[in-house]
Every structure is written in structure tokens, then in C-alpha cells.
Design a protein around this ligand. Sequence first.
Ligand code: FES
Length: 164
Amino acid sequence: MDTLAAEDEKTARPRKGDRLVFAYGERAGQVIGPEDLPLGGPQQLAFPMDPATKIIRDGSLLNQVALVRLDPAQLSPDTRADAAGGVVAYSAVCTHEGCPISMWHKESKMLFCACHASRFDPADRARVVDGPAPRRLAMLPLGPIGGGIVAAGGFTGRVGRQTA
Ligand code: FES
């Protein structure tokens, strides 16, 4: 693959078969397994990785994903349909002004945007519960887990503050 194609792959949106890897910290770039996610939150920030080329799609912050592991029984039915073993994945870009969804609201067990205090319910397809965010976070459907967390398709909605 030439350099240009590799750059394109780094900014391409996640797609079916992509693995999820740690976005930051000591384990940045390593594949995330369900056991790496504490049950009940908080979220782990991740980027998709093409399993064949090992290219991590961290060339765009719009590819940042928040992974949360919940009790499958707590998920709404349509959330469960796109979860794997209780693990759910959402765009980690706020739909209000595009801040990263890097905080966790412990009391309510919800994804929290610290910029203007929007909260999103990870058990219900990241529905907006509080704050100025105009719409839910896009979900990244996950497939059966085997040696990692695997995307079953692309984001199910618009990512971040995009209007088009
Ligand atoms: S950017 Fe998230 S609430 Fe404003």
C-alpha cells in the first residue's frame, strides 16, 4: 500500500471487521477485549483498526469510539441488537459542539460531555438525557466477540456535529 492509500485508510470511517484498539495510554494501539472493560462503565476510548493492514484509523478524531460494557439485561432491545456480550460502542464525539465524550457520570452511569454537560444513556443507543446535545451519539454496531471487539458495520448515524 502506498503512503497516500495508507493515509486514506487512517481517516476512513470504521467498517465491518475492524478491531477496536486503545486510543491512548500505555496500551495505545493494542486490541481491546471485553475483559479490559469494567462492567458498568466507565467508557474506554478506542480507535478502529483494519485487521489486515493493522492500520489504526486515528487520522480523524471523528473515528474516536467510546466502548462501554454493561449487563446485557439492562440494554434496550434495539441497543442489544448492536451490542456484543453487553459491550456497546458509540461515537465519542459530542453532537453539540464536537467535544470528546471522555467523561463518565458515575451516579447515573452515563456518558458525559464536560463541555456543556450533555449526558447520553449507553443502555439506550446513547439517547440524550440531559444538556444541549441535539441528538444521540452514533452507534457502532459490534459483532460476536472472539479475541477482540469487532465492528459489524459502520456508524449508524451522523457523527459529531456534522449537519450534512
Ligand atoms: S460539546 Fe458536548 S455538550 Fe456542548
